[in-house]
Ligand binder design. Structure first.
Ligand SMILES: Nc1ncnc2c1ncn2[C@@H]1O[C@H](COP(=O)(O)OP(=O)(O)OP(=O)(O)O)[C@@H](O)[C@H]1O
Ligand SMILES: [Mg+2]
Length: 360
């Protein structure tokens, strides 16, 4: 459906998109996610045709569209600021693009009615945007996009102005809408929870390059690098500096300052010894009754009811443990921890993964 091939963008001398390759299949819900300033909006605006492309190819349905004007691309975009016309009713806002095209009024009314039905806006068609809630305004903005029957809809952080309850509700609505419309969606957010919950495919961006792209669970289970490993998942993955040694052929030893010492079968003799990083998600550390893999002092306890987060070790750079239920542990206690080795990740000193969980 959409292919970006080695796409680049400069603002003056500053390269903000540094050779990006992305494929989004027909009908997919793709989410571009990454920290502020990584180039998400710029990429989306390049796909929409609102920004020029300095190098590379943008292919839509097999055709190169780098130079096709925005209104000829069959792409609709929903912005973070809904950009509704304040003096128009909901119905006029949704139908505006059709009235520009001089579509007969009866036909506009029919299509607006249809769109309003899908978005549950039927009861609000006569209202002005000022008399709507944030979520309703957002739905009007979506209505304006989908009435054009685009084959591709672009969303730029559409939920960031909503409170957290409404965000959860709109996440579900957007997924329903995607199923009903069967359109391809590219959705930009800095929120990894939105990305994980909605995406068929996540593209993680970092400083203008693709850090990794794939199915949400593949990124969770098999991150290619420390950036993706710590970006996906909440609370985020702990990264422990470790020393790797090879005490004898066929064995790797992994040690850290907290007394963690793990021996592994060395399936790959090319792994360099020396400084490395062990990635352990909070859910893969367990408080053990007996002697664990290492022990540490608890510095913070956060109780959420269903689970408890313990920050252990150094107060400045603690290791986070996610435990089920409401534990009777208090700051100052010492806990033994076991590491679920099969779910850990090992990175070299540059943050590139050197071992996948299944080989650890
Ligand atoms: N018109 C412009 N001129 C110069 N630099 C720009 C311009 N627009 C964006 N940039 C820079 O390009 C980079 C990418 O910006 P972009 O808006 O795509 O980030 P983003 O990932 O959408 O961030 P956010 O999550 O904050 O919206 C940033 O470093 C930004 O400062
Ligand atoms: Mg942006």
């Amino acid at each position: 459906m959409i292919n970006l091939r080695n796409v680049r963008k400069f603002y003056g001398a500053l390269e903000v998109i540094k050779g990006v390759d992305i494929t989004v299949e027909d009908g997919e819900f793709a989410v571009f996610v990454g920290p502020s300033g990584c180039g998400k909006s710029t990429l989306l605006r390049m796909i929409a045709g609102l920004e020029g492309i300095d190098d590379g190819d943008l292919i839509l349905n097999g055709k190169r569209i780098n130079d096709v004007p925005p209104d000829k691309r069959g792409i609709a975009m929903v912005f973070q600021s809904y950009a509704l016309y304040p003096h128009m009713t909901v119905a006029e806002n949704i139908g505006f693009s059709l009235s520009l095209k001089k579509v007969p009024v009866a036909e506009i009314n029919r299509q607006v009615g249809e769109v309003a039905e899908i978005l549950q806006l039927t009861d609000y068609l006569d209202r002005r945007p000022a008399a709507l809630s944030g979520g309703q305004r957002q739905r009007v903005a979506i209505g304006r996009a989908i009435i054009k029957k685009p084959s591709l809809i672009l969303f730029d952080e559409p939920l960031s102005n909503l409170d957290s309850a409404l965000r959860v509700q709109m996440r579900a609505e957007l997924q329903r809408l995607h199923r009903e419309l069967k359109a391809t969606v590219v959705y930009v957010t800095h929120d990894q929870v939105e990305a994980m919950t909605m995406a068929d495919r996540i593209v993680v961006l970092n400083k203008g390059i693709v850090a990794q792209s794939g199915h949400p669970m593949d990124l969770y289970h098999s991150p290619d690098n420390e950036f993706v490993a710590t970006f996906i998942g909440s609370p985020k993955m702990n990264i422990l500096p470790v020393m790797l040694s090879r005490p004898e052929a066929g064995k790797l030893r992994l040690e850290n300052v907290m007394g963690l010492s793990i021996s592994l079968a060395d399936g790959d003799a090319s792994v360099a010894t020396g400084e490395a990083k062990l990635g352990i998600r909070p859910e893969h550390l367990k408080v053990s009754q007996g002697q664990g893999d290492f022990s540490a002092e608890v510095v913070i306890v956060e109780r959420l009811g269903v689970e408890t987060y313990l920050a252990v070790g150094s107060p400045k750079d603690p290791i986070v443990v996610r435990a089920e239920g409401d534990l009777s542990i208090r700051p100052g206690d010492r806990v033994s921890l076991t590491v679920d080795l099969s779910a850990c990740h090992l990175f070299d000193s540059n943050g590139r993964v050197i071992r996948r969980p299944q080989t650890l």
